[in-house]
Design a protein around this ligand. Structure first.
Ligand SMILES: Nc1ncnc2c1ncn2[C@@H]1O[C@H](COP(=O)(O)OP(=O)(O)OP(=O)(O)O)[C@@H](O)[C@H]1O
Length: 233
């Protein structure tokens, strides 16, 4: 499991998030939600190693983060593709780095996400949503034990969104621990097992718990619980 042990972190020595403490179990999908600027992306950057925690630590399966880092995949909010590589070259690169990736799976996914016409193109020639699909596929090909996804649903068209939701369900079934940040509370409510709320850099507690177990949530929708927890109407 992915464990955040009371981590704090930020930029230029200024803490943005403080004392964040929760876990994501294997086979579980957890959503990180909060208003703009609450600290969701900062928290995800601490987990993926783009930022170093100022205090606290992160463990993967009880081990030091660095030792297990290779089993984590990340889908950033803005696709980060290499400008000088075609889509096919990106895929070849990942297939070489992860020799256990399946060519059949790759071909199936290229077809499902309608990426076959784009293989010889460079990233700049693709729409944002198509770049997002490539970014998703690159992460899926690594067969991750931990998947960290920042705002995954925004650029996707309705077909891409439904395919990606299917893939997330499938990864969950296979036992991947999935953490995603989103503003789409209705999707989070449908898809996720638990929700962690961050407000102004602090993690809010729900009935004394570090997260909301959606199955056990009694009062109303996630949206109404979210608004009442952050103190908005
Ligand atoms: N690279 C950076 N340097 C300095 N401050 C930053 C940087 N990135 C984010 N911040 C600040 O950290 C705070 C939290 O930002 P963060 O991106 O983590 O929020 P978020 O919850 O992901 O917001 P959103 O929902 O708008 O994406 C904001 O005040 C933001 O201005």
């Amino acid at each position: 499991m992915l464990t955040l042990n009371h981590i704090s972190g930020g930029y230029l020595r200024k803490p943005i998030v403080e004392d964040i403490h929760f876990q994501v179990d294997y086979g579980e999908i957890v959503a990180l939600v909060g208003l703009n600027g609450a600290g969701k992306s900062t928290t995800l950057r601490l987990i993926t190693g783009t930022l170093r925690p100022m205090s606290g630590d992160i463990t993967l399966n009880g081990h030091e983060w660095l030792k297990e880092r290779g089993s984590m995949a990340h889908i950033p909010d803005t696709p980060q593709l290499y400008p000088n590589l075609t889509i096919k070259e990106h895929l070849d690169f990942i297939m070489r780095l992860y020799p256990n990736s399946s060519v059949d799976y790759l071909n199936k996914q290229l077809e499902r996400y309608s990426l076959l016409p784009h293989l010889e193109k460079y990233p700049y020639a693709l729409s944002k949503g198509t770049q997002q699909k490539v970014s998703i596929l690159l992460a899926l090909l690594t067969n991750p034990h931990y998947l960290i996804v920042d705002e995954p649903f925004m650029g996707l068209d309705p077909i891409g969104l439904s395919l990606f939701l299917e893939d997330l369900h499938q990864l969950k079934e296979k036992g991947t621990a999935i953490l995603l940040s989103t503003h789409l509370l209705a999707i989070a409510e449908d898809l996720c097992d638990r929700v962690v709320i961050i407000n102004k850099g602090k993690q809010l507690k729900y009935n004394g718990n570090p997260s909301i177990h959606l199955k056990e949530m009694k009062a109303g929708s996630l949206q109404s619980v979210f608004f009442s927890m952050i103190g908005e109407k």
